[in-house]
Unconditional design. Sequence first.
Lengths: 293, 315
Amino acid sequence: MRHRKANKIHNIRLGRKFCWLVLAVLAVIALYPVFFLLAGSFMGNDELSSCLGPVISGNKGYVDFPLLPLFPTLRHYVEVFLDTPEFFVMFWNSVKITFGVLVGQFAVGTMAAWGFAKYKFPGKRVFFLLYMILMLMPFQVLMLSDYLVLDWMKLTDNLWGIILPGVFSTFPVFIMYRFFTEIPDSLLESAKLDGAREWQLFCYLALPIGSSGVISSMVLGFLEYWSLIEQPMTFLKDKSLFPLSIFLPDITAISQSGVAFVASVVTFLPALLVFLGGQDYLEQGIMAGAVKE
Amino acid sequence: MGWRKKRAPRKFYGRQNAQAGQKTPAAAGKKGIKRYCGLLWVMPSFLGVLLFYLLPYGDVVRRSFLGAVDNRFVGLENYRTVFGNTAFWLAVKNTLCFTAVCIPVLILLALGCAAILFRSRYGGLIKSAFLMPMALPAVSVALMWRLLFHSQGLLNQWLTHLGIVGSDWMNTGQAFWVLVFSYIWKNLGYDIVLWMAGLAGISEHIYEAARVDGAGEWQCFVKITLPNLKPSLYTITVLSFLNSFKVFRESYLVAGDYPHESIYMMQHLFNNWFRGYSFDKMAAAAVLESIVLLLLILMLQKAWDKKGDGIRYAP
């Protein structure tokens, strides 16, 4: 009996180890593109062309890519930062779009979330259902309506045409709503008894206490709008308005492949910083979409 | 139980008002305004939603019944055109196939990972690794995919080391599986976090009681964990479904407007119609798709409500 039990425990341990091995392999797969891009961005033209030869110039054989560059160089970084002024324009456009949307969502979305979380008003169910349905509709469904309204407002080919619909996206309202409902009613009641006005409740209680909700939705929003593809691709024609997120140099041309690597690393860096700094908030934001009160 | 909590403070106020003798019509009027106080908070956002989403959507519904050229009322003609369109059916078929394959795989894989990572010491570190793809912009991913899945690319090189003959991933039916892979790669961390939230909601006492009764680890998982995670399943399904539309980004950036026909999705179709100014077809297809999605959402909503712990509207 004891022997069997020991055997069983041994089996469980072995199983556990195997699970962890599988997980570790998956994690490496998840992370590999990051290392890949970093390695590529530090390679010189010669190394790139020898590594990527088959794809670039149709040589025989396969692409072979070392984990680390053999002859690391900052040449392509210099090229992107010093010799490619349009890169800065695109970077700046991305910044404008992302921060425009986030500031707007903060201004408008927090108030709406607060209204939904702590007030009763006629028709609230309908409003909330409407917000939820809109949150769940993909871009393709809203694409034509988006275009019609932007065309009517003469905002196509204008960064505001990307920013404004993003500001009124209902997703952040939903996330922040979840955090605001957790603020205890008793706290609000006692503040009211002390003579606090409605806007004071919002500014001095809701925002500080629900700040993790606000930050969560901002982190999620940043990652979303920093790599926005569909909207700028559809509504922007003027190349000087393109954000970084739709800048894809031709990797298969040797003159461009180095720049392509550096550009994607530089595009990734702000998102990485936000991710590393806000991972807890990111997770909270993801959970806010799912955990029910 | 719910109503008692809500009623209690109101009673308290009533008594206070009666004591102070302030139950006047003026107070009642003030209460009337107060009823709409919450609406004031929602208004700025709602006006924007109305302007940017609801009214234009109404216009789309109207246009779906009008001809493209002369704006004449054509009845259901546009819908008939859409239903007769082969590209439309290809996109529908691919989108359905894609959803049917990748969502169950993603959800199960994420559940497995979450169950292992939960309450383990290095769980946080590995979870971060899985979340990282969320931060990687689609352009960077596309760059990588182009080199990885090229017919002479990295993946095929690795495969030859293993003695397997690779294929031209993006230009054959394999493209579908590349897309499934990239969806799972991108969303695994997201779903793991969702599952872990569900796992955290299960009380430890249940497990302790079961262990005292001699339940093994596997039994605990099947008999306690799975049933308790059922309510989370609905939300996770909806969110995974939502994210599945975003796979278009990588697919477009890697393969362009007209990819291999196995990955021609709804978004490709809409894009191509948009570029050809076929707004009549777009309008009809958008209305159709929104109706299908709406029905799906309402069905899931009903399933939530039946569980008794669905999304509550009133706080």
